[in-house]
Design a protein around this ligand. Structure first.
Ligand SMILES: Nc1nc2c(ncn2[C@@H]2O[C@H](COP(=O)(O)OP(=O)(O)OP(=O)(O)O)[C@@H](O)[C@H]2O)c(=O)[nH]1
Ligand SMILES: [Mg+2]
Length: 314
């Protein structure tokens, strides 16, 4: 346990001059420079903590990782720069979780897509439909259960046309649970095997959002029978520690089975993912790396870690 250390601030942006996004996410070369400057010393760990916070890892997780790294380095008498960076990578690898939900071809699968407004839910649905179709999963239907925002239904219909999927929709303002109910009933009668359901990210307040989600959740659990039900949260990689707070709210409200992180192409910071995995233990499914239909890439823990902290990066 380390004493007399300043508590890192979770929410405030890094100091001026440090906040500009770097050209890439790789921390290793920057850690190497710190090591060259300070050696393995208190100053090194302090600077390392600033670096991890800058990468969106959040104050608490940064301190945990830094403390653990210090313990391991001292316990195992690690002295080289490569050794320390390797140990940091090990620590992150232990936190990061990767998972892939292959739909079950024998059953009706329903993936409920959650997330606050603007994170990329609707476009990710189209990309997921494309991905599963490419994998040979034919009959996919989209449920327009974002009935709250004007325009959301038409957006999903446009995406449905782009990827060749039927869209079940009602009028704007209708009950999202009823849309899901209709979609499950019609998918069963047509033999479709995968429903991707859009939801509203914006509600009048958080309480309404949670109540709405609980209602939708109940309709699915009551009607899907022995089908496969997954709740997938979409997080925008550029939102920093807000992304962690969003994950906490949705996870507490109905439980999240997996995360899609969008706009990973638009940030030079990659640490949010580590903090979500470490704090909530939710696995990552896909990374969004652009606006094209093929820009949703199945999450690969090793590739992610290599980008974040490989020795040959930058
Ligand atoms: N660069 C980039 N842009 C993305 C990515 N994913 C989504 N977007 C863009 O983010 C914007 C919002 O995407 P939507 O899918 O409409 O987001 P939403 O969560 O459905 O938004 P609401 O329906 O308003 O709640 C669109 O312009 C998308 O093209 C990504 O991985 N990279
Ligand atoms: Mg939408």
């Amino acid at each position: 346990m380390i004493f007399n250390r300043k508590k890192k601030d979770e929410t405030s942006p890094p100091e001026a001059g440090k906040s500009a996004p770097r050209k890439n996410k790789n921390l290793a070369s920057r850690i190497a420079s710190l090591f060259k400057k300070d050696g393995e010393s208190e100053a090194f760990y302090e600077d390392l903590e600033d670096l991890l916070i800058e990468s969106d890892m959040g104050g608490t997780v940064t301190m945990e990782i830094s403390d653990e790294l210090r313990n391991r380095v001292r316990k195992n008498r690690i002295a080289s720069q490569e050794g320390i960076i390797g140990e940091l990578r090990n620590l992150m690898a232990e936190s990061v979780r990767e998972e892939h939900f292959a739909p079950d071809g024998e059953k009706l699968n329903l993936f409920l897509i959650l997330g606050v407004n603007g994170v990329g839910k609707t476009t990710s649905i189209a990309k997921m439909a494309r991905h599963y179709k490419k994998q040979g999963f034919g009959e996919i239907v989209l449920a327009a259960a974002d009935t709250f925002r004007a325009g959301a239904i038409d957006q999903l219909k446009i995406q449905g046309e782009r990827v060749g999927c039927r869209v079940v929709a009602q009028q704007p303002g209708s009950d999202p649970g009823a849309v899901i109910f209709d979609t499950i009933a019609s998918a069963k009668s047509r033999g479709e095997k995968l429903i991707l359901a859009d939801t509203a990210g914006r509600m009048h307040n958080k309480k309404n959002l949670v109540l709405e989600l609980e209602k939708i959740d109940k309709v699915i659990r009551n009607n899907l029978g022995d089908g496969v039900y997954k709740k997938i949260l979409v997080i925008d990689a550029t939102t920093g520690q807000n992304g962690l707070q969003q994950a906490e709210v949705f996870h507490e409200a109905i439980g999240v089975d997996g995360i899609v992180m969008t706009k990973y192409d638009s940030t030079a910071r990659g640490g949010l993912l580590v903090s979500i995995c470490r704090k909530l233990g939710i696995p990552f499914l896909f990374l969004g790396r652009g606006e094209g239909l093929d820009d949703l890439i199945p999450f690969d823990r090793e590739v992610y870690l290599s980008e974040l902290i490989s020795l040959d990066g930058e």
